[in-house]
Design a protein around this ligand. Structure first.
Ligand SMILES: [Zn+2]
Length: 267
């Protein structure tokens, strides 16, 4: 029963001194199977206490927002902090009463069994890809469906322009930007990846996972080459989206393909 207990237990944030922000389970609205991203190399904050203003006992927004992805940020900021600091403590997470109940332990055991059967450890594999850290972090966001598009920001209550700045027709959603947008389709087509990047998937993250699984079934040499090219292409499509959205620059397929090739050759 001990491994089940460790999956069901979660830290309740007090002073944050006992909790490793990047390794421990402490964000209650995240599923027990959710893998936190690794600490970015430039981030020196390791304990949850490092993200709390000790004077006001509020989350230190600038420190939290600088290092946590947009999909996780609101979940951290919504964790209540008591003004009177107290020691962190473990609570039982799966049931609302936060007390251990046999039924919820069995429910959790069932979920874990199914997860182990169905889920490929892709998120762990992503951190081993031979690409710069910022691109691996971006690919982790792709895998989790956490790329900060207008669609994702709108779902968090932000008011943003929702149209695709690459083609001015579709939505600024992960599904459109990476799968449907004529700009992205041209990038996939020019690299003979258009059949692999299938637009029939239920979601972009589902498509991402399917492509990665297909590429991992190739020989080791081919797998590395294709995965790096696939990752570099996604990164450059996203970079072009940001440049057209924030700098008003026109997306250029030929120039983008040159950038992808340069990145692939230099890793
Ligand atoms: Zn578009």
């Amino acid at each position: 029963m001990k491994p089940i207990l460790s999956h069901g237990l979660i830290w309740k944030v007090g002073d944050g001194l006992s909790i490793n922000a990047w390794k421990d389970r402490w964000i209650p609205s995240l599923d027990s199977s959710f893998t936190l991203p690794p600490r970015p190399p430039e981030c020196m904050s390791e304990r949850v206490a490092d993200f709390i203003n000790p004077q006001t006992r509020q989350w230190n927004w600038s420190v939290v927002s600088a290092v946590w992805p947009p999909g996780i940020l609101p979940k951290i900021l919504s964790i209540p902090l008591k003004f009177q600091s107290h020691a962190d403590r473990h609570i039982w997470a799966p049931h609302k009463s936060a007390s251990y109940m046999v039924k919820s332990a069995y429910d959790l055991l069932w979920q874990l069994k199914n997860r182990d059967r169905n889920e490929f450890p892709l998120t762990k594999f992503i951190w081993k890809i031979k690409l710069p850290f910022k691109i691996r972090f971006f690919l982790w966001q792709c895998c989790k469906g956490l790329v900060p598009t207008s669609e994702l920001l709108a779902s968090k209550g932000f008011v943003v322009d929702s149209s695709c700045s690459l083609c001015n027709h579709g939505d600024d959603s992960q599904y459109h930007i990476f799968l449907q947008c004529p700009f992205a389709r041209a990038i996939w087509l020019q690299q003979q990846l258009h059949a692999l990047v299938n637009i029939q998937a239920l979601s972009f993250s589902q498509c991402f996972q399917n492509v990665m699984k297909s590429l991992l079934s190739l020989s080791r040499h081919q797998t590395n080459d294709y995965i790096i090219r696939f990752g570099a292409s996604l990164w450059w499509i996203w970079k072009c989206r940001n440049e057209s959205r924030f700098d008003g620059s026109q997306p250029d397929t030929r120039r983008t393909l040159c950038s992808i090739n340069a990145l692939v050759l230099n890793v």
